[in-house]
Write a protein that binds this ligand. Structure first.
Ligand code: SAM
Length: 322
Protein backbone atom coordinates (compact mmCIF):
# COMPACT_ATOMS: atom_id res chain seq x y z
CA UNK A 1 0.00 0.00 0.00
CA UNK A 2 1.23 3.52 -0.76
CA UNK A 3 1.39 5.55 2.46
CA UNK A 4 3.03 8.93 3.11
CA UNK A 5 5.07 10.22 6.08
CA UNK A 6 1.88 11.44 7.77
CA UNK A 7 0.32 7.99 7.47
CA UNK A 8 -2.09 9.10 4.75
CA UNK A 9 -3.20 6.81 1.93
CA UNK A 10 -5.82 6.96 -0.79
CA UNK A 11 -9.08 5.29 0.25
CA UNK A 12 -11.71 7.49 -1.40
CA UNK A 13 -11.83 7.99 -5.15
CA UNK A 14 -13.86 10.73 -6.82
CA UNK A 15 -14.48 10.26 -10.50
CA UNK A 16 -15.54 13.24 -12.57
CA UNK A 17 -17.58 11.47 -15.23
CA UNK A 18 -17.76 14.55 -17.44
CA UNK A 19 -16.76 18.18 -17.15
CA UNK A 20 -20.07 19.22 -18.74
CA UNK A 21 -22.66 20.72 -16.39
CA UNK A 22 -26.21 21.92 -16.95
CA UNK A 23 -25.60 24.71 -14.40
CA UNK A 24 -22.99 27.47 -14.48
CA UNK A 25 -22.78 28.39 -10.78
CA UNK A 26 -21.17 31.81 -10.41
CA UNK A 27 -18.47 30.60 -8.01
CA UNK A 28 -17.57 27.57 -10.17
CA UNK A 29 -18.07 28.58 -13.84
CA UNK A 30 -17.30 32.31 -14.11
CA UNK A 31 -17.79 32.47 -17.91
CA UNK A 32 -21.40 31.29 -17.49
CA UNK A 33 -21.13 28.59 -20.18
CA UNK A 34 -23.17 25.45 -19.62
CA UNK A 35 -22.82 21.92 -20.98
CA UNK A 36 -19.29 22.28 -22.28
CA UNK A 37 -17.49 18.93 -22.13
CA UNK A 38 -13.78 18.47 -22.79
CA UNK A 39 -12.98 17.17 -26.32
CA UNK A 40 -10.85 14.30 -25.09
CA UNK A 41 -13.04 12.67 -22.47
CA UNK A 42 -12.43 8.98 -21.78
CA UNK A 43 -15.03 6.32 -22.56
CA UNK A 44 -17.18 4.81 -19.80
CA UNK A 45 -15.27 1.54 -20.21
CA UNK A 46 -11.86 3.21 -19.81
CA UNK A 47 -13.02 5.11 -16.74
CA UNK A 48 -14.44 1.97 -15.16
CA UNK A 49 -11.16 0.18 -15.86
CA UNK A 50 -9.43 3.12 -14.17
CA UNK A 51 -11.53 2.50 -11.06
CA UNK A 52 -10.71 -1.22 -11.12
CA UNK A 53 -6.97 -0.53 -11.50
CA UNK A 54 -7.04 2.10 -8.73
CA UNK A 55 -8.81 -0.29 -6.36
CA UNK A 56 -5.85 -2.63 -6.81
CA UNK A 57 -3.02 -0.14 -7.06
CA UNK A 58 -4.09 2.31 -4.34
CA UNK A 59 -6.48 0.31 -2.13
CA UNK A 60 -9.53 2.42 -2.98
CA UNK A 61 -12.53 1.43 -0.83
CA UNK A 62 -15.16 4.04 -1.63
CA UNK A 63 -16.20 5.71 -4.85
CA UNK A 64 -18.05 8.98 -5.40
CA UNK A 65 -19.29 9.79 -8.89
CA UNK A 66 -19.24 13.51 -9.59
CA UNK A 67 -18.49 16.00 -12.34
CA UNK A 68 -19.34 18.42 -13.99
CA UNK A 69 -22.81 17.04 -13.66
CA UNK A 70 -22.65 13.22 -13.73
CA UNK A 71 -26.33 12.81 -14.61
CA UNK A 72 -25.94 14.62 -17.98
CA UNK A 73 -23.29 12.13 -19.09
CA UNK A 74 -24.23 9.44 -21.64
CA UNK A 75 -21.54 7.31 -19.95
CA UNK A 76 -23.48 7.07 -16.70
CA UNK A 77 -25.31 3.78 -17.22
CA UNK A 78 -22.38 1.77 -18.60
CA UNK A 79 -20.02 3.18 -15.99
CA UNK A 80 -22.38 2.47 -13.09
CA UNK A 81 -23.05 -1.06 -14.22
CA UNK A 82 -19.33 -1.78 -14.38
CA UNK A 83 -18.33 -0.21 -11.05
CA UNK A 84 -21.33 -1.78 -9.30
CA UNK A 85 -19.63 -5.16 -9.70
CA UNK A 86 -16.26 -4.25 -8.21
CA UNK A 87 -17.02 -5.03 -4.57
CA UNK A 88 -16.54 -1.45 -3.33
CA UNK A 89 -17.73 -0.78 0.23
CA UNK A 90 -19.64 2.29 -0.91
CA UNK A 91 -20.65 4.03 -4.15
CA UNK A 92 -22.24 7.46 -3.90
CA UNK A 93 -23.05 10.34 -6.20
CA UNK A 94 -22.89 14.13 -6.11
CA UNK A 95 -25.40 15.90 -8.36
CA UNK A 96 -27.22 19.19 -8.75
CA UNK A 97 -30.41 17.12 -8.74
CA UNK A 98 -31.88 18.52 -11.95
CA UNK A 99 -32.10 15.08 -13.58
CA UNK A 100 -32.44 13.11 -10.35
CA UNK A 101 -36.12 12.18 -10.86
CA UNK A 102 -35.45 11.01 -14.44
CA UNK A 103 -32.35 8.97 -13.63
CA UNK A 104 -33.59 7.55 -10.33
CA UNK A 105 -34.52 4.06 -11.62
CA UNK A 106 -31.05 3.68 -13.13
CA UNK A 107 -29.38 4.83 -9.90
CA UNK A 108 -31.49 2.56 -7.71
CA UNK A 109 -30.83 -0.43 -10.00
CA UNK A 110 -27.10 0.29 -9.81
CA UNK A 111 -27.25 0.08 -6.01
CA UNK A 112 -26.75 3.76 -5.14
CA UNK A 113 -27.98 4.37 -1.59
CA UNK A 114 -26.46 7.79 -0.82
CA UNK A 115 -26.70 10.95 -2.88
CA UNK A 116 -25.44 14.47 -2.20
CA UNK A 117 -27.53 17.14 -3.87
CA UNK A 118 -26.03 20.60 -4.30
CA UNK A 119 -28.61 23.26 -3.54
CA UNK A 120 -27.62 26.79 -2.55
CA UNK A 121 -31.05 28.34 -2.01
CA UNK A 122 -34.80 27.71 -1.83
CA UNK A 123 -35.50 31.12 -3.33
CA UNK A 124 -36.29 30.80 -7.08
CA UNK A 125 -34.80 34.18 -8.02
CA UNK A 126 -31.56 33.57 -6.09
CA UNK A 127 -31.45 30.03 -7.55
CA UNK A 128 -31.56 31.46 -11.08
CA UNK A 129 -28.88 34.01 -10.36
CA UNK A 130 -26.45 31.60 -8.62
CA UNK A 131 -26.95 28.38 -10.64
CA UNK A 132 -27.67 30.07 -13.98
CA UNK A 133 -29.45 26.94 -15.17
CA UNK A 134 -32.03 24.43 -14.03
CA UNK A 135 -35.37 24.66 -12.30
CA UNK A 136 -35.77 24.66 -8.51
CA UNK A 137 -39.08 22.70 -8.21
CA UNK A 138 -37.64 19.93 -10.39
CA UNK A 139 -34.70 19.56 -8.00
CA UNK A 140 -36.91 19.48 -4.90
CA UNK A 141 -39.18 16.93 -6.55
CA UNK A 142 -36.20 14.76 -7.52
CA UNK A 143 -34.96 14.78 -3.91
CA UNK A 144 -38.40 13.81 -2.65
CA UNK A 145 -38.58 10.91 -5.14
CA UNK A 146 -35.10 9.73 -4.16
CA UNK A 147 -36.01 9.83 -0.48
CA UNK A 148 -39.19 7.84 -1.20
CA UNK A 149 -36.99 5.27 -2.99
CA UNK A 150 -34.99 4.82 0.24
CA UNK A 151 -31.94 6.88 -0.73
CA UNK A 152 -30.16 8.82 2.00
CA UNK A 153 -29.84 12.46 0.98
CA UNK A 154 -27.32 15.06 1.98
CA UNK A 155 -27.74 18.60 0.71
CA UNK A 156 -24.64 20.68 -0.05
CA UNK A 157 -24.97 24.44 0.26
CA UNK A 158 -22.20 26.97 -0.37
CA UNK A 159 -23.12 30.04 1.72
CA UNK A 160 -22.23 33.23 -0.12
CA UNK A 161 -22.35 36.63 1.52
CA UNK A 162 -24.80 38.94 -0.24
CA UNK A 163 -26.38 36.10 -2.22
CA UNK A 164 -27.86 33.35 -0.09
CA UNK A 165 -27.00 34.00 3.57
CA UNK A 166 -30.71 34.59 4.21
CA UNK A 167 -31.26 30.99 3.06
CA UNK A 168 -29.16 29.31 5.74
CA UNK A 169 -32.05 28.91 8.19
CA UNK A 170 -34.82 28.15 5.64
CA UNK A 171 -32.64 25.49 4.03
CA UNK A 172 -31.65 24.05 7.41
CA UNK A 173 -35.31 23.83 8.46
CA UNK A 174 -36.30 22.34 5.11
CA UNK A 175 -33.65 19.62 5.50
CA UNK A 176 -34.38 18.89 9.17
CA UNK A 177 -38.09 18.45 8.39
CA UNK A 178 -37.37 15.92 5.65
CA UNK A 179 -34.47 13.99 7.19
CA UNK A 180 -31.89 15.34 4.73
CA UNK A 181 -28.52 16.20 6.29
CA UNK A 182 -27.43 19.70 5.32
CA UNK A 183 -23.73 20.29 4.66
CA UNK A 184 -22.51 23.84 4.40
CA UNK A 185 -19.37 24.09 2.29
CA UNK A 186 -17.12 27.04 3.06
CA UNK A 187 -16.33 28.74 -0.23
CA UNK A 188 -13.01 27.43 -1.57
CA UNK A 189 -10.29 29.36 -3.39
CA UNK A 190 -10.65 27.29 -6.53
CA UNK A 191 -10.43 28.33 -10.19
CA UNK A 192 -10.92 32.09 -10.63
CA UNK A 193 -11.32 32.52 -6.84
CA UNK A 194 -7.74 31.31 -6.31
CA UNK A 195 -6.40 34.38 -8.08
CA UNK A 196 -9.09 36.90 -7.13
CA UNK A 197 -8.87 37.35 -3.36
CA UNK A 198 -11.32 40.25 -3.40
CA UNK A 199 -14.06 38.18 -5.02
CA UNK A 200 -13.31 35.37 -2.59
CA UNK A 201 -13.28 37.50 0.56
CA UNK A 202 -16.40 39.42 -0.44
CA UNK A 203 -18.41 36.20 -0.64
CA UNK A 204 -16.74 33.99 1.98
CA UNK A 205 -18.78 32.92 5.03
CA UNK A 206 -16.90 31.15 7.83
CA UNK A 207 -17.83 28.22 10.05
CA UNK A 208 -18.04 30.61 13.01
CA UNK A 209 -20.45 32.93 11.21
CA UNK A 210 -22.67 29.99 10.29
CA UNK A 211 -22.67 28.64 13.83
CA UNK A 212 -23.62 32.04 15.27
CA UNK A 213 -26.50 32.29 12.84
CA UNK A 214 -27.74 28.78 13.62
CA UNK A 215 -27.14 29.29 17.36
CA UNK A 216 -29.67 32.13 17.40
CA UNK A 217 -32.42 29.53 16.85
CA UNK A 218 -31.05 26.11 17.83
CA UNK A 219 -28.86 24.53 20.49
CA UNK A 220 -26.36 22.22 18.86
CA UNK A 221 -23.64 19.83 20.01
CA UNK A 222 -20.63 18.58 18.12
CA UNK A 223 -21.29 15.04 16.86
CA UNK A 224 -19.03 12.14 15.96
CA UNK A 225 -17.53 11.90 12.49
CA UNK A 226 -15.16 9.39 10.85
CA UNK A 227 -11.46 10.17 11.27
CA UNK A 228 -10.97 11.14 7.62
CA UNK A 229 -14.24 13.09 7.37
CA UNK A 230 -14.12 16.48 5.70
CA UNK A 231 -17.09 17.87 7.62
CA UNK A 232 -17.38 18.97 11.22
CA UNK A 233 -20.72 17.46 12.23
CA UNK A 234 -23.28 18.84 14.68
CA UNK A 235 -26.44 17.47 16.24
CA UNK A 236 -29.52 19.54 16.98
CA UNK A 237 -31.06 17.31 19.67
CA UNK A 238 -34.27 15.62 18.58
CA UNK A 239 -34.25 17.33 15.20
CA UNK A 240 -31.27 16.00 13.28
CA UNK A 241 -27.75 16.78 12.13
CA UNK A 242 -25.93 19.27 9.98
CA UNK A 243 -22.29 19.59 8.99
CA UNK A 244 -19.79 22.18 7.81
CA UNK A 245 -17.00 21.41 5.38
CA UNK A 246 -14.73 24.12 6.68
CA UNK A 247 -11.68 24.10 4.41
CA UNK A 248 -10.53 27.47 5.69
CA UNK A 249 -11.63 27.36 9.34
CA UNK A 250 -10.87 23.71 10.20
CA UNK A 251 -8.43 22.36 7.58
CA UNK A 252 -8.53 18.60 7.14
CA UNK A 253 -5.48 17.93 4.95
CA UNK A 254 -3.71 15.96 7.70
CA UNK A 255 -6.21 13.12 7.33
CA UNK A 256 -7.16 13.53 3.68
CA UNK A 257 -7.67 10.21 1.89
CA UNK A 258 -9.06 11.51 -1.39
CA UNK A 259 -7.89 10.85 -4.92
CA UNK A 260 -9.55 12.29 -8.01
CA UNK A 261 -9.76 10.98 -11.57
CA UNK A 262 -10.87 13.51 -14.18
CA UNK A 263 -13.02 12.70 -17.21
CA UNK A 264 -9.95 13.25 -19.42
CA UNK A 265 -7.77 10.76 -17.54
CA UNK A 266 -5.78 12.88 -15.08
CA UNK A 267 -5.15 11.88 -11.49
CA UNK A 268 -5.22 14.65 -8.89
CA UNK A 269 -3.88 13.90 -5.43
CA UNK A 270 -4.78 17.29 -3.98
CA UNK A 271 -7.24 20.07 -4.82
CA UNK A 272 -4.64 22.57 -3.71
CA UNK A 273 -1.88 21.41 -6.06
CA UNK A 274 -1.51 22.26 -9.73
CA UNK A 275 0.22 18.90 -10.26
CA UNK A 276 -1.72 16.22 -12.09
CA UNK A 277 -0.69 12.88 -13.55
CA UNK A 278 -1.93 11.47 -16.86
CA UNK A 279 -3.19 7.89 -16.68
CA UNK A 280 -5.53 7.88 -19.70
CA UNK A 281 -2.98 5.96 -21.79
CA UNK A 282 -2.53 3.30 -19.07
CA UNK A 283 -6.20 2.44 -18.99
CA UNK A 284 -6.04 0.70 -22.38
CA UNK A 285 -3.16 -1.47 -21.24
CA UNK A 286 -3.49 -4.89 -19.63
CA UNK A 287 -3.37 -5.01 -15.85
CA UNK A 288 0.21 -6.33 -15.54
CA UNK A 289 1.53 -3.39 -17.56
CA UNK A 290 -0.74 -0.71 -16.16
CA UNK A 291 -0.44 -1.38 -12.41
CA UNK A 292 3.31 -0.79 -11.90
CA UNK A 293 3.16 2.48 -13.89
CA UNK A 294 0.04 3.53 -12.02
CA UNK A 295 1.73 2.88 -8.69
CA UNK A 296 4.61 5.16 -9.60
CA UNK A 297 2.16 7.94 -10.43
CA UNK A 298 0.20 7.33 -7.23
CA UNK A 299 3.35 7.92 -5.17
CA UNK A 300 3.69 11.31 -6.90
CA UNK A 301 0.00 12.11 -6.45
CA UNK A 302 0.18 11.33 -2.73
CA UNK A 303 3.25 13.56 -2.50
CA UNK A 304 1.15 16.44 -3.91
CA UNK A 305 -1.03 16.58 -0.79
CA UNK A 306 -0.75 19.68 1.38
CA UNK A 307 0.62 18.93 4.84
CA UNK A 308 -1.82 21.00 6.85
CA UNK A 309 -4.20 23.30 5.02
CA UNK A 310 -5.80 23.94 1.67
CA UNK A 311 -4.23 27.03 0.14
CA UNK A 312 -6.16 27.41 -3.11
CA UNK A 313 -6.08 25.64 -6.45
CA UNK A 314 -6.19 27.01 -9.99
CA UNK A 315 -8.24 24.08 -11.33
CA UNK A 316 -11.95 24.65 -11.77
CA UNK A 317 -14.03 22.43 -9.48
CA UNK A 318 -16.23 21.14 -12.30
CA UNK A 319 -13.13 19.78 -14.10
CA UNK A 320 -11.43 18.19 -11.12
CA UNK A 321 -14.67 16.76 -9.65
CA UNK A 322 -15.95 18.49 -6.51
N1 SAM B 1 -22.70 18.98 -10.59
C1 SAM B 1 -22.59 18.30 -9.35
C2 SAM B 1 -23.15 19.14 -8.23
O1 SAM B 1 -23.63 20.23 -8.49
O2 SAM B 1 -23.13 18.66 -7.10
C3 SAM B 1 -21.18 17.83 -9.01
C4 SAM B 1 -20.03 18.75 -9.27
S1 SAM B 1 -19.98 20.24 -8.32
C5 SAM B 1 -18.45 20.92 -8.89
C6 SAM B 1 -19.62 19.60 -6.71
C7 SAM B 1 -19.72 20.57 -5.56
O3 SAM B 1 -18.66 21.51 -5.65
C8 SAM B 1 -21.00 21.37 -5.49
O4 SAM B 1 -21.59 21.16 -4.23
C9 SAM B 1 -20.54 22.80 -5.62
O5 SAM B 1 -21.33 23.67 -4.88
C10 SAM B 1 -19.13 22.71 -5.08
N2 SAM B 1 -18.24 23.79 -5.49
C11 SAM B 1 -17.88 24.19 -6.71
N3 SAM B 1 -17.01 25.23 -6.65
C12 SAM B 1 -16.82 25.49 -5.34
C13 SAM B 1 -16.03 26.44 -4.62
N4 SAM B 1 -15.25 27.33 -5.22
N5 SAM B 1 -16.09 26.40 -3.27
C14 SAM B 1 -16.86 25.50 -2.62
N6 SAM B 1 -17.61 24.58 -3.25
C15 SAM B 1 -17.60 24.58 -4.60
Amino acid sequence: MIVDRQGRRFRNLRVSLTSACNYACTYCVPNGKRLVAAQDELSAEAMARGVAYLIEAAGIERLRITGGEPLVSPKLETFMQAVGQMGLADISLTTNGQLLGKKLPLLVDAGIRRINVSLDTLDPAAFRSIARGGDLPTVLDGMQQARAAGIKIKVNMVPLRGQNLDQVMPLLDYCLERGYELRFIELMRMGHLASDSNAFLQQFVSLQQLLSLIGERYEYLQADAPVDATAVRYEIPELGHFGVIANESVPFCRTCSRLRLSSTGWLHGCLSSSNRHYVGDLLDKPRHQALPALQRLLVKALGDKQEVAFSGGATVMKIIGG
